[in-house]
Design a protein around this ligand. Structure first.
Ligand SMILES: NC(=O)c1ccc[n+]([C@@H]2O[C@H](COP(=O)([O-])OP(=O)(O)OC[C@H]3O[C@@H](n4cnc5c(N)ncnc54)[C@H](OP(=O)(O)O)[C@@H]3O)[C@@H](O)[C@H]2O)c1
Length: 313
């Protein structure tokens, strides 16, 4: 099959478009004919080797853990899915990913593809939307009427987080650069903050939840925006316990996991027009290097997706 593989860690140039063996399905797994693969910062963090201490991989490795496609074959014991089903998933990031014609995926990671989206748009959803859902609802227990500050509101995770928080009835403040202020408003943000010209902590106060998708000094300054008893949830680096005590708030790190049941809740919201992915760019699988070069600049609006099968959009 056609695949993008890495044989060593490094820059985008280590991504090689080549022939690779088609995966075999094991018990409890399905083989998916990949139609599209979503691109995430996880992909270039793994490719560069910067996650080597956290995730163990065998090389050569196929990156890309967001998939939308059609079930080609089901393994022994699979009960929820059958050949021909259109599905999407965040797949196991310790195994081969979806930058390929086929991927074997555990049944528990799968959800039916949203009916209202074609595969390219559906592939943009799983990892980012699951990360937003887990942060806001499982960890933050966001309630209607609460004030939430979402950093990077125009990014992969952020643009889902803004929509999910509005759906829940929260008051949403979101940060992005000048060019993305209008898109934040369109996503539903009540207040938009241009981090290139404003200090968010001068504008955002009395915040119940901060969602940090940026880290570094953005996280450092976020403590100032929280009200007592509030919570800082980061996707990037563990918040300091000392700082949390000092400000009488809590700090948490969110780590997203494959979860078909949770993804099903998300796809239902998409089909009821409550949530929608923004696609920054669609590239063919053979241009994975370009996708990484663009993505790792850190200024994607929504998502980049790789088109794997030649489908009608
Ligand atoms: N722990 C987990 O399980 C988990 C899950 C998902 C993601 N993550 C991590 O979370 C981070 C974000 O992921 P993502 O997919 O959302 O990334 P992304 O799509 O690459 O984020 C890009 C967005 O960030 C905005 N941005 C850049 N610098 C900013 C700043 N200083 N302040 C506010 N916004 C800024 C950009 O807006 P402008 O172009 O307007 O600057 C852009 O829209 C990554 O490090 C990723 O690895 C972790």
């Amino acid at each position: 099959m056609n695949a993008i593989r890495i044989h060593r860690y490094g820059g985008p140039e280590v991504l090689q478009y080549e022939d690779a063996p088609r995966p075999q399905v094991q018990k409890g797994e399905v083989l998916i004919h990949v139609h599209a693969a979503g691109v995430n910062p996880l992909d270039w963090k793994v490719r560069s080797g910067s996650l080597n201490g956290f995730i163990q991989h065998k090389l050569p490795l196929i990156p890309g853990w967001d998939v939308s496609g059609v079930v080609e074959e089901v393994g022994f014991g699979v009960s929820q899915f059958k050949k021909g089903d259109a599905v999407c998933a965040l797949t196991d990031p310790t195994r081969d990913g979806a930058y390929a014609d086929y991927i074997a995926v555990r049944e528990g990671a799968l959800a039916m593809k949203p009916k209202s989206l074609h595969h390219v748009r559906a592939a943009a959803v799983p990892l980012s939307a699951l990360a937003a859902w887990r942060s806001l609802f499982d960890l933050g227990h966001l309630q209607s009427g609460q004030r939430i500050l979402i950093h990077g509101g125009s990014g992969g995770v952020g643009h889902f987080a803004v929509q999910l928080a509005k759906w829940k009835g929260a008051y949403v403040l979101a940060t992005a650069s000048t060019k993305n202020q209008e898109s934040l408003r369109k996503l539903g943000a009540d207040e938009t903050i241009d981090y290139t010209s404003q200090k968010f902590e001068d504008v955002a106060s009395n915040i119940d939840i901060v969602l940090d998708t940026v880290g570094g000094e953005t996280q450092e300054r976020s403590w100032l925006a929280l009200k007592k008893g509030g919570v800082l949830i980061s996707l990037v680096e563990s918040p300091s316990g000392e700082k949390a005590n000092q400000f009488e708030v809590r700090g948490m790190m969110c780590s997203v996991q494959p979860d078909g049941a949770q993804l099903n809740k998300i796809t239902k919201l998409i089909d009821s027009a409550k949530l929608k992915p923004t696609i920054d760019r669609i590239l063919p699988l053979s241009e994975a290097r370009r996708a990484h070069e663009l993505g790792q600049n850190g200024h994607v609006r929504g998502k980049i997706v790789l088109r794997v099968k030649d489908i009608q959009l």
